[in-house]
Structure formats: C-alpha cells, structure tokens
Design a protein around this ligand. Structure first.
Ligand code: NAG
Ligand code: NAG
Ligand code: NAG
Ligand code: NAG
Ligand code: NAG
Length: 467
C-alpha cells in the first residue's frame, strides 16, 4: 500500500541520518514533493467511507458477544503488555527517554508557581488537575481552564517552552488550570481498576464530557471562587464540552463564561487526512487488534511504543516526524520540530481504542455527531434503541469562539463552521480561520503569536465588555 511505503521511506531516511540539522538540508527537498503528492491524493471521498464502513463492521458483533466479554483477550493483552514492558526497559537502558513533563514541577522552571491536585470521578477515575500562575500577581484577570488535546495531556500547551500558551496566559496574570481526561498521563489511576485492564479503557469522549470535565470545572470553581471560567482548548476539548452540555444542560455550563477552541471536533464528516481516512475504514479491525493485544488501549504510551517514538521523533530524526505529522494532519510548516526533543517526553499519549473508533464513526457523514455506535444488537442492549442518539449541539449556550485551521486535514473548516452553526445562537460568538496552521500546530506552533494571539485577544475583549 502506497501510504505504508511512504511512511517506511520516511522512517528509513530519518534513521539513516544522524541529527535534525544534518538531515534538514538533505531531506527537505527530497520529502517536500512526497508530502505534496500525498496531499494530491486527497480528498478521499467521505461518501465512499460512509458507504463502505458498514461492510467492515462485520467484526463488531463478534467482538461484542464473544471476544471482548472473554478473559482470553485480557490474557493475550497481559502477555503483550508484559513483553512490551520488557522491550521498553531494554530500549530505555540503551536510549533513555526523559521523564514526563509534569505541569506542577515544570512551571517553576519558567518562573511560575505550580500546584497539583487529584479529583476522583463518580466512576472511580483519579485525575490530575494542575494550576499554573504567577504568584506575584496582585489579582488575576480570569480563571482559564485548559482540557487536554487529542493524544496529549495536561501538558498539551506547554510543549514550546516559554512561548507556550500556558505561560503566555500566566504572564498576563491569568490563573491557569490544566485538566486531565481519563486514559492520559495523570489520569491512569482508578480506585479499583488497573490501567492494564480492558474495562479501564472502555470509554470514549462521552465519558470525558459526562464525568471528567464537569467534575474538574466544579473543582476549579470551588478552589477559585469563580463562576466565570474561560475554557481554552483544541479538538477533543470541544467534543467533551458538547457532550457535557448535552448530558448536564446548564448544571456545569453555568460555571463557564466563554470558550475559545482551536479546531473543535463536533462534526468530523469531511476529514481529508489520507492516513486517518484509511484507519476510519479499518476501524473495526483496529478495535479487534486493540482488544486482543493491548486491553483496548490505543497504546502510544506503552513503554516500547513510547521509547521508539521518543527515540525517533525526539532524538534521532525530529524532521522525519515533522513530515509524518504533515502526512497525518495537513501540509504546514507550523510544526516546531526543533522542540520535539522536549515535547515528545509527553507525546503521543495513549487513549482508548473506542475514542479513535468513535471519531472514525463520524467520518463520511455530514453534520453527524452521535453517541458511540456499537452496532444494532449492542445498541439495543445499551441504549434501548437500534441507533445511537444524536448529540444536541444546541445544548451548548456558552459564548464560544472557534478557530479553524486552514491547513488542517483532520478537522476541516467546513465541518467546524457546521458545528458552530449548530450551537445555540447565544453560543455563536466568533468564528475565524487561521491561515498557516494544521491540526498539530496548536501543540507545537512556530508562530506562537499568530496562533495564540487571536483567542487571547478575543478573551480580553470579552473581559473588557463585561467590566
Ligand atoms: C474473568 O475473570 C474474572 C476474575 O479474574 C472473573 O471474575 C470473571 O468471571 C471472568 N469472566 C469470564 C467471562 O470468564
Ligand atoms: C510575575 O509578576 C511580577 C510582578 O508583576 C513580575 O515582576 C514577574 O516578572 C512575573 N513573573 C513572570 C515569570 O512573568
Ligand atoms: C494523584 O494520584 C496519583 C495516583 O494515585 C499519585 O501518584 C499522585 O501523587 C497524586 N497526586 C497528588 C497531588 O496527590
Ligand atoms: C464543590 O463544593 C460543593 C459545595 O461545598 C461540594 O458539594 C462539591 O462536592 C465540591 N465539588 C468538588 C468537585 O470539589
Ligand atoms: C425501550 O423502548 C421501548 C419503545 O421505545 C419502550 O416502550 C420501553 O419502555 C423502553 N424500555 C426501557 C427499559 O427503557
């Protein structure tokens, strides 16, 4: 398959060269045209994926009835977990991976104070909540909460060091709180379940919205005494917010005064990324592999996978991963690969296979955001209806500003516009398209002012209007 070959070429070329600076000049002219070619293959007609997907779902009922319910998958997962753990130890001995970036201990290195708390959801997940601020500010302009981005974690917006969104806000005397969703780093503990059990990973963004986000908003509100929290985030922060508001209405939404989101994922039907479109087609194969090998974990933080990723992207050839990201998420130079040796301590983070599958279910269907589709029989069992309920986007009433990223091939502008228009009228504050960025840029932009400037300025205009 063309894509696999392409990725292989990237890996081999990257590995054969010593460092990012040496490889940059040699690889740039070589690989740029390849990325261009891949872009030309796009878009994959979404309708095709929509039409084909049911036929790839044959595995699903089988999994629901037999395999997933059986301890055999847990057993095979345990074997893989142990083996990869061992390989991870060996790789790590040769090429050690740096410790994770922990927001509370990292912030002081940049002159800010850091605090860490844990909250426990009603279904037992223990989630880290972090506070970063300038302790010398005499007053704080607002409390900003930042949920994690997809395949990232509470450090999502700390990856470009002093230019990071978190420090920018703290420098301007905002009281910044970094949240955790179950499954990510700082969210891998549970009162009864092990993070190596299939049951631990039986979640998708609905659970972030129904449990994780509201609990943490309430916690931050209690701690700060503010009921005018400002939520900033990227991609899945939107998904969680829309689920929260659908499930809980105003109950937690009333703690928010504004939302500022880069490429929020509500509708995802027009996805143009060849790699993700391919995965969307194979989503039930992915589910099967996930269930039988790694307890439903999309296991990017598995010790072996993390070691290999860190060593490739953070040590041996950041530039290779720059091109990989372009291939995955859209051609853009706004990917600060020079900081990969720092950022990849926390990237890419694990999530559940169901989370990936959930997003893939929306590909190829316009204006579609629903609960997880388990297939007819299982839907009847879980929901008492054959198809899943739609998420009511109009339940979101808090004023929101959306920032579409023009170069992005995962969440594309037209989907973001449709999502925006489906919110309650009071929620449709502003929508804007930023030119040079793709779906990875929010984590690691080069032009940090160009990306983070617009939402910060918007928030400050909103604050001025209030006072
Ligand atoms: C799986 O194992 C647990 C204990 O390890 C047991 O309680 C449970 O009944 C087993 N499930 C099946 C389907 O065998
Ligand atoms: C924190 O605020 C104080 C007082 O305004 C200022 O002098 C200091 O530079 C700030 N620290 C950082 C890291 O921005
Ligand atoms: C939060 O819980 C984790 C896992 O139980 C623990 O390692 C960590 O130290 C706790 N953090 C705080 C601030 O209590
Ligand atoms: C917030 O405070 C209320 C009132 O004291 C309390 O009932 C609730 O449990 C607290 N929530 C969290 C998450 O700390
Ligand atoms: C399931 O749906 C049917 C028809 O919509 C309804 O009559 C029945 O009461 C529902 N059962 C439960 C347990 O909600």
């Amino acid at each position: 398959m063309q894509l696999t070959q392409l990725l292989l070429v990237h890996l081999l070329m990257g590995l054969s060269l010593s460092g990012p600076s040496a490889s940059q000049s040699i690889l740039q002219p070589l690989l740029s045209p390849i990325v261009g070619e891949v872009e030309k293959l796009l878009p994959i007609p979404g309708a095709l994926i929509g039409a084909l997907a049911p036929y790839t779902s044959v595995l699903n009922p089988l999994l629901q009835s037999a395999v997933l319910q059986n301890n055999l998958t847990q057993f095979s997962s345990d074997v893989v977990t142990s083996l990869t753990g061992l390989v991870g130890v060996l790789v790590n001995a040769a090429l050690p991976v740096p410790p994770y970036i922990r927001p509370d201990s990292e912030a002081p290195k940049f002159g800010f104070s850091g605090e860490a708390y844990n909250v426990t959801t009603s279904d037992g997940y223990i989630l880290g909540v972090f506070r970063v601020r300038n302790a010398s500010c005499s007053a704080y302009r607002a409390v900003v909460v930042i949920p994690p981005g997809i395949l990232s974690n509470a450090a999502s917006f700390m990856y470009i060091k002093e230019n990071s969104l978190v420090y920018r806000l703290a420098r301007r005397c905002y009281d910044v709180w970094l949240l955790t969703f179950r499954g990510y780093l700082f969210g891998r503990s549970h009162t009864t379940l092990s993070d190596k059990s299939a049951k631990f990973w039986d979640f998708y963004p609905y659970h972030w919205g129904a449990y994780d986000l509201p609990l943490q908003l309430e916690f931050v509100s209690n701690k700060t005494g503010s009921t005018k929290l400002r939520l900033m985030g990227v991609d899945q922060a939107g998904t969680a917010l829309f689920f929260m508001n659908h499930v809980h209405g105003q109950r937690y939404q009333k703690l928010l005064a504004g939302c500022y989101l880069f490429a929020p994922i509500g509708y995802l039907g027009r996805l143009r990324s060849l790699a993700f479109a391919t995965l969307a087609l194979l989503r039930d194969v992915l589910t099967t592999v996930g269930a039988t090998t790694l307890h439903n974990e999309f296991a990017l933080m598995n010790p072996t996978v993390h070691s290999v990723l860190y060593n490739l992207c953070g040590r041996i050839s950041p530039l290779t991963c720059f091109y990989l990201f372009q291939t995955l998420a859209g051609s853009s130079n706004e990917i600060n690969y020079k900081l990969f040796p720092y950022a990849f301590a926390n990237l890419l983070d694990s999530t559940s296979i169901y989370t990936m599958n959930y997003y893939f279910q929306q590909v190829g269907r316009l204006k579609y955001m629903a609960f997880f589709d388990y297939g007819e029989a299982e839907n009847l069992r879980r929901y008492n209806r054959s198809t899943p309920e739609n998420v009511n986007l109009a339940a979101t009433t808090v004023p929101c500003s959306f920032y579409a990223l023009r170069q992005g091939t995962v969440t594309v502008t037209d989907d973001i516009r449709d999502t925006f228009k489906a919110l309650a009228p009071s929620a449709q504050s502003t929508i804007e398209e930023l030119d040079n960025f793709n779906s990875v840029s929010p984590f690691v932009p080069v032009d940090a002012d160009g990306l983070y400037g617009p939402p910060i300025r918007q928030m400050e205009a909103d604050l001025r209007r209030l006072s």
